[in-house]
Write a protein that binds this ligand. Structure first.
Ligand code: ATP
Length: 301
């Protein structure tokens, strides 16, 4: 049984479906990206999982226990950072942890938590939160989310507003926690960042799940694409199109996909005496795949 099981959940606002038969699982220790455009239903889904919001039908089971608006018993094992954490300007990091641990029977060890989330250096003991950078506030938010030793942490747009170094630090932190067995469900619009982090993706559009996959299988269907600069891009474009490959010239770069393999392309260009001056192989790109998928999904409506 998966740690979190969301089965056929429906939620309407008025007569508009914010969650339309939503089903997916989160396995223990996995980092799962919940991805979709604005208004797709990500926050609604996250709120339902944390029992913050009622839903009209379906089941959510966490660690074998049902989660509903009226049954929060599983929630002791879920940490969440759905909205910005309530950070009090005049409290230190440690004072925040003590405050949030007040109604917790077995809170995590404060020192260890501060060390893990890197809020223990640089006089954090004395500094008040009003002097923290956004990155530090976000790490404190994660420390707060971890206070009950949760098995799952839900993060809504955790990288928003962070500089590249802070994003990197946050990614490392999430990874190290996942290695210890904590699962994460993360929504983010920063798909390049998410791609570097997640094990699984759950794609949602108009309240419906349109795909769930591991990040590797997600890209299997993503065609290999090659970008060339050649001695004659126009002729190369013509040759590629004659072979029924997809080919475009963008910013003086020739992009080809749809050939069986790279060798086939090189052989065809060589045969026409076209010299290849540079070549790049595009790896799977979450953003492009997502846009293609959403375009196909929206077309089917
Ligand atoms: P974003 O990326 O913009 O945060 P999201 O994927 O999190 O979007 P939700 O906030 O879950 O999307 O919203 C899903 C749908 O439900 C949207 O059409 C939204 O307008 C609607 N919605 C969300 N909250 C409410 C509410 N309290 N009352 C009415 N409609 C709502």
């Amino acid at each position: 049984m998966a740690l979190l099981e969301v089965k056929n959940v429906n939620k309407k606002y008025g007569n508009r479906a914010a969650m339309d038969d939503v089903s997916f699982n989160v396995e223990a220790g996995h980092i799962v990206g919940l991805i979709g455009p604005n208004g797709a239903g990500k926050s609604t889904t996250m709120r339902a999982i944390t029992g913050l919001m009622s839903y009209s039908s379906g089941q959510i089971t966490f660690d074998g226990q049902p989660v509903t608006f009226n049954n929060h018993s599983a929630l002791d094992k879920i940490g969440n950072l759905i909205e910005y954490p309530a950070i009090y300007p005049n409290l230190t990091a440690l004072e925040h942890l003590k405050l949030y641990a007040m109604d917790t029977k077995n809170p995590a060890d404060f020192k260890e938590l501060m060390h893990k989330t890197q809020i223990d250096g640089d006089n954090f003991g004395k500094r008040k939160a009003k002097n923290f950078s956004l990155g530090i506030k976000q790490r404190l938010g994660i420390a707060i989310a971890l206070i009950r030793n949760p098995k799952l942490v839900i993060l809504d747009e955790p990288m928003n507003g962070l500089d590249p170094q802070s994003v990197h630090d946050l990614r490392e932190l999430i990874r190290s926690l996942a290695e210890e067995g904590v699962a994460f469900l993360i929504s983010s619009h920063l798909l390049d960042e998410l791609q570097k982090l997640v094990d699984d993706v759950v794609i949602i559009n108009h309240g419906k799940i349109i795909q769930t996959a591991t990040i590797e299988t997600f890209f299997i269907h993503d065609q290999a694409r090659w970008t060339f600069d050649t001695s004659d891009n126009e002729l190369a474009l013509q040759i590629a199109q004659d072979k029924n490959w997809q080919a475009t010239i963008d910013n003086s770069q020739l992009q080809i996909s749809g050939a069986e393999n790279l060798q086939q392309v090189i052989t065809a260009l060589n045969a026409a005496n076209i010299q290849i001056q540079s070549l790049n192989t595009a790896t799977g790109n979450l953003e492009k795949s997502l846009l293609d998928m959403l375009a196909a999904d929206n077309q089917g409506e």
